[in-house]
Design a protein around this ligand. Structure first.
Ligand SMILES: NC(=O)c1ccc[n+]([C@@H]2O[C@H](COP(=O)([O-])OP(=O)(O)OC[C@H]3O[C@@H](n4cnc5c(N)ncnc54)[C@H](OP(=O)(O)O)[C@@H]3O)[C@@H](O)[C@H]2O)c1
Length: 426
């Protein structure tokens, strides 16, 4: 199996290391010999920490895809548009199987790419694109094939999970922990893709398609990142018996499919609440299997390359499956439910002046919106100063909570915008 690797950064180098170190093992498992015959990058003079001797270098990755000597193309560049997209389409068009780690590309063009792969009768594999080293794509596509999936959710971004668990352990605020994460290499210089929830949303869009057999629909994912989570929220979460995690949740409801990424309060005794640091975890729930949990490293050279190599072995061994579990023509475009329709419990933190009548006014707004309060806590007493009033609700539609918070925000008593975090029912 002659392989061409486009992109020889963190993941590409990891793949070369595995293929060079485990040559015999991989050959035994796949039943064929692997050979990396071509590579492509931006800067040929860069020191790569692996030997590229004997491999043809391409400045243009699309040319690598069209090299007649290359039988299998790895796209390890990244980005939903540009060269990564062009080279995947070119390779599939040329009838070559493709392995990619690129969640952004699949979230935006996944269905189109899958259709082309099917038309050409070749595999498009992407295990590394969702939760890095965790073999969740294979589990969903093959291991759980006997089930109708009703919900899949998880911690899909290690950077966010590291920040939230560090905030929990140290009591620090988001900005300072983010800076620390950047110094340790757990967060990018521009962290927005991670902390604003976009990376997790890319992965969730792919999981949704795998779970429910729908075309990938990134645009309908509701996305909220972790920038607004404060040390105070984390402290209150502990008091209520919760931890805060950024979850991606895809769920089938009677009205359609919910796809949402946002910080969640999760009960401290659940598996997901105990996933700490840069780890990822996914929970998939099927009608016959019940709940299944997968945990591991969601990023980094070794774990990500491990997933890429597993895809290569599958292709070489002739194990194939439709890209998203079912052929594109069998996919059904199930309606997506807007987040305002979500029904759940909520944590609300108000910052209000400590005056007589405030709680009565807040309660009246909640009564008018038919929101039932489960618990209410006021921290401290400081006449005429702003204090936190924290409450949790019973199940209610999100639209009602949003209307209530907007009314409370207009109060003279309010000294800061109310904060709301969804409580996950796991
Ligand atoms: N890193 C992870 O932990 C991880 C985890 C899961 C998924 N992924 C995904 O894996 C993919 C690769 O990520 P990475 O972390 O390995 O990225 P990276 O370290 O930045 O490497 C990107 C590689 O692409 C090459 N490249 C950029 N533009 C190119 C172009 N126009 N033509 C040819 N080559 C080009 C770069 O070349 P130069 O080296 O010459 O600059 C570099 O070798 C992305 O889709 C990412 O989302 C990464």
């Amino acid at each position: 199996m002659k392989i061409g690797i486009a992109g020889i950064g963190t993941v590409g180098v990891g793949v070369i290391k595995i293929i060079q170190q485990h040559t015999q093992l991989l050959n035994n498992r796949a039943g064929v010999n692997f050979e990396i015959v071509a590579v492509s990058g931006r800067d040929r003079s860069k020191n790569r920490a692996v030997s590229l001797d004997g491999m043809t270098w391409y400045d243009n990755a699309v040319e690598l895809a069209n090299d007649p000597n290359v039988e299998l193309v790895l796209e390890l560049i990244g980005g939903s548009e540009g060269i990564a997209k062009d080279l995947c389409f070119a390779a599939l068009e040329a009838g070559k199987p493709v392995v990619t780690a690129n969640k952004a590309l699949l979230a935006v063009h996944g269905t189109e790419l899958a259709a082309l792969a099917e038309k050409k009768g070749v595999s498009l594999n992407y295990e590394a694109a969702v939760a890095g080293g965790i073999p969740i794509v294979k589990a969903m596509r093959e291991g759980l094939a006997g089930n109708s999936i009703h919900r899949v959710y998880g911690i899909l971004n290690g950077t966010c999970n590291y920040i939230l668990t560090e905030m929990e352990e140290t009591g620090g605020e988001f900005e300072s922990i983010l800076e620390e994460a950047q110094n340790l290499g757990y967060a990018e210089a521009d962290p927005s893709f991670d902390v604003d929830g976009i990376d997790a949303a890319h992965k969730l869009a792919i999981l949704t398609s795998l779970a429910f057999g729908t075309p990938v629909d990134f645009d309908s994912v509701y996305i909220e990142g972790i920038r607004d989570v404060s040390a105070l929220d984390i402290e209150f979460a502990k008091e209520f018996g919760y931890r805060i995690r950024l979850l991606g949740v895809a769920r089938r409801t009677s009205k359609g499919i919910e796809q949402r990424v946002h910080p969640c309060m999760v009960r401290a005794d659940t598996a997901i609440a105990n996933v700490a640091g840069v780890f990822n975890a996914v929970v998939a729930e099927g009608d016959f299997v019940d709940s299944t949990v997968y945990e591991g490293r969601g990023a980094g050279e070794g774990p990500t390359a491990s997933a890429v190599v597993a895809d290569i072995v599958d292709i070489a061994a002739g194990r194939t499956a439709p890209t998203f579990g079912i052929p594109v023509e069998k996919m059904v475009d199930i309606p997506k439910v807007p987040v305002e329709e979500h029904v759940g419990c909520y944590y609300v933190r108000l910052t209000v002046f400590d005056r007589p009548g405030v709680i009565a006014d807040v309660s009246a707004v909640f009564r008018d919106e038919e929101i039932s309060i489960e618990s209410l806590l006021q921290r401290g007493r400081a006449p005429e100063e702003a204090v936190s009033v924290v409450l949790t609700t019973h199940e209610v539609k999100e639209a009602s909570i949003l209307r209530a918070l907007s009314k409370i925000n207009e109060f003279d008593h309010s000294s800061a915008t109310p904060r709301m975090i969804r409580i996950a029912s796991l």
